[in-house]
Ligand binder design. Sequence first.
Ligand code: ZN
Length: 427
Amino acid sequence: MGEVESEAKTTDAARRKYEFKKKLEELMSKEGSGTELITLYIPPDKQIHDVTAQLRDEFGQCSNIKSKQTRTNVQSAISSILSRLRYYKRPPENGMAVFCGTILLGGDRTDLQCTIIEPPEPLNLYMYRCSSKFELEPLLEMMEEKDVYGLLVLDRREAYWGFLRGNRIDPVNGATSTVPGKQRKGGQSSVRFQRLREIAINDFYRKVGDRASEAFLAEKDFFTHFKGLLIGGPSPTKEEFEAGGYLHHEVQKRIIGLFDIAYTNESGLSELVDAGQDALKGQQIIREKALMTRFLQELVKENGNAAYGEQSVRQNLETGAVDTLLLSTKLRKSRLKIRCPNCHYHHEETVVLPPGISISGKNPGACPSCSSPLAIDEEIDIVEELTRLAERSGSSVEIISDEFEEGAMLLKAFGGIAALLRFRTGY
Ligand code: ZN
């Protein structure tokens, strides 16, 4: 691939990603008046006729819906999806996500809208859901920046390499060698046979080193996103390969570890990821630890570039002063808008929830002015809100685990929210 062409491809990918994000934001803002917005996720290997069969079934079950308006709206949405699916013999390469329903436009105007999204990564779930909002979580997950690791498995006869992106293995290519087996043919001198065999092994290692390095270095943002390389195989092949320095020096210095595995074809890649799990986790903690150490160093400096606490960090985000937003993985904090359905009373409160506990169980109590039961009008997830602010100002976001001392400190001493700053502000 030429340089110009590869640059065009990068720009194209960035533009597609931006458009994908914009579409998700649009869908996020849409609401139906009842439980009548349909979300349908179809993975690439699903048969379209299985999907249409389920949709027809759902259509029939609509007769159980009590509200006539909701029933009509759900049935219109299902019909609309069915008519669109007729154009598909099979799902697109990465599957498809369909969002369809009667959208509230404000006032009493509504509009039946259907959006089909072909995601940038393969969908791995099938889902049919009817709700007052569209279900976007599986697509939002694709937006997260993921660390990339290189994977390489080899013995003296074959090799395979690929990437680990988030939790997904992305195989790239392999190679096989012409290295003769250990048994020499009769009449060949043992010394000469050994010599030839070593040359062939060396050639194979060089070929693997060159081609795998080329694939890894071609990765977009190699210097910022490529976090390391795992090498798997039997002993002493992988040790020999590492010691020989067959990889490009930028790749070579990113080797995280060598792991014993049995397979050296494509299926060896997932075996390697399993074997390297602890090393990968350790790697992540090393990174997080470095960020927290930097934060603590800045904090003790006079006029250091650090901030913490929801209020201060939010204001720094709004002024574009945040370089890296640090959020504890255990932080679950929401701002609730609470309202009395009976009078004009309303207030806002912030709640911190233990992970895994949902807000829906919370009882907001009785209205202080008329004693009617209060209702939760809106829940704003503070982690989500700060993350969105960070994206808007080009700050990076790091989720910090509490499995090491400084990480636990972030949660306990700094309320789970901190920031490394680009410059000092008054906040
Ligand atoms: Zn009241």
